[in-house]
Design a binder for this molecule. Structure first.
Ligand SMILES: Cc1cc2nc3c(=O)[nH]c(=O)nc-3n(C[C@H](O)[C@H](O)[C@H](O)COP(=O)(O)O)c2cc1C
Length: 351
């Protein structure tokens, strides 16, 4: 059942346009610095996140596992992450817990020396649902062991749960479960396309999480993905919901600012190139997270993934040069201009 759903998600993400209608990084411009006063070759992209050093502030966002195709994708992503010295997440490891034969579709990443390896489990799994009990501490330990994870991302995906035919909609008590979990394990919390607001970020900080991946609106829309799934399953009611909530959420750039509450922030959601990564860093993110842009190359080969991400790194370096930023940290002093819908968000934010 999970395997079928996972394959459908990947297949739909590869074949259909599931982007949010607007990519909000286009509503932000960086102000050119005509005198960079730094040599291009001296620009340093390395960064430290959660105590580990990465060669560039880029993370391959968690996407998959739990199917043979997922295994191949994870392997190609892991080889690329090792080669480039960047971070990587796997997709929800629930299938690896429930079906031991799926274990290696995740654990394949263990064979690589990846600076930052991020495990993944859905927030709904932390508590009892109508047909299933919540995950135990022993099982959480198994998630870490499965991939030798440095940190576990608990993903929030209530938009997707609400619009998908088999969604799990019990949500009360999740914050308490995250708090309990964070006392025992290194945890970050990650949205999956609808963003994180200031008030939620503050609660997460109090709960003791180590970082926040905003997973904002502007890139892959899981409401869109579920719209296509519902159509294929002939579920008109859910298809209607998926269509209506296609563009629901907090734009990623606005969410980066809202979620900046003194913890490292990862900006994922609609990052397409190195310029988008630069914009995220200017707003205060510690790294940019990229998912769907590298999904197709990941189905092909590790080299295809390396080529895509090297291009993104090149673009980021040129942006840093044109902003006169010698390193990732100094990017934060760069000026920017906001327009369009994003400007309205910036003016009415919860900060
Ligand atoms: C095929 C696919 C599967 C995904 N599965 C997961 C998942 O299991 N867990 C998770 O936290 N996020 C998952 N995501 C969300 C991504 O990690 C990311 O937050 C989101 O897609 C926004 O990034 P993008 O616009 O670059 O695609 C998935 C994304 C894609 C495209």
């Amino acid at each position: 059942m999970i395997e079928k759903r996972k394959n459908e998600h990947i297949e739909i993400c590869l074949s259909k346009d599931v982007n949010a209608v607007r990519n909000y990084w286009d509503d932000m411009e960086l102000v050119h610095r005509a005198l960079p006063e730094v040599d291009f070759d001296d620009i340093d992209l390395s960064t430290e996140l959660f105590g580990v050093k990465m060669n560039a502030p880029i993370i391959i966002s968690g996407m998959t596992g739990g199917t043979p195709l997922g295994r191949r994708i994870n392997e190609n992503l892991a080889i690329a992450a090792e080669k480039l010295g960047i971070g990587m997440g796997v997709g929800s490891q629930r299938a690896g817990l429930e079906s031991p034969e799926m274990f290696d579709t995740y654990s394949v990443v263990k064979e690589r020396r990846i600076p930052l390896l991020i495990g993944n489990i859905g927030a709904p799994q932390l508590i009892n649902q109508k047909k299933r009990r919540g995950i135990t501490d022993k099982e959480i330990e198994r998630l870490f062991i499965m991939i030798d994870a440095d940190i576990l991302a608990v993903h929030l995906n209530y938009l997707q749960e609400a619009v998908q035919p088999e969604g799990e909609l019990m949500a009360e008590g999740v914050m308490g479960a995250i708090s309990t979990l964070s006392r025992r394990f290194p945890v970050i919390v990650k949205e999956t396309g609808a963003g994180i607001s200031r008030s939620v970020a503050i609660k997460l900080k109090r709960a003791g999480v180590m970082g926040i991946d905003v997973g904002g609106l502007g890139g892959t829309s899981f409401s869109a993905v579920e719209y296509y799934r519902a159509l294929e399953h002939g579920d008109e009611r859910k298809a209607n919901l998926g269509k209506l909530f296609w563009n629901w959420g907090i734009p990623t750039p606005a969410s980066v600012i809202e979620a900046s509450v003194g913890l490292p922030v990862i900006a994922s959601g609609g990052i397409r190139n190195g310029l988008d990564v630069a914009k995220a860093l200017v707003l205060g993110a510690s790294a940019g997270g990229i998912a769907r842009r590298i999904l197709k190359p990941a189905t092909e080969s590790s080299d295809a993934v390396v080529i895509e991400i090297e291009r993104i790194i090149d673009e980021l370096k040129v942006a840093m040069f044109l902003l006169g930023a010698r390193n990732v940290h100094s990017l934060r002093n760069s000026r920017f201009v906001v327009h369009g819908v994003l400007r309205d968000w910036f003016e009415q934010m919860e900060v």
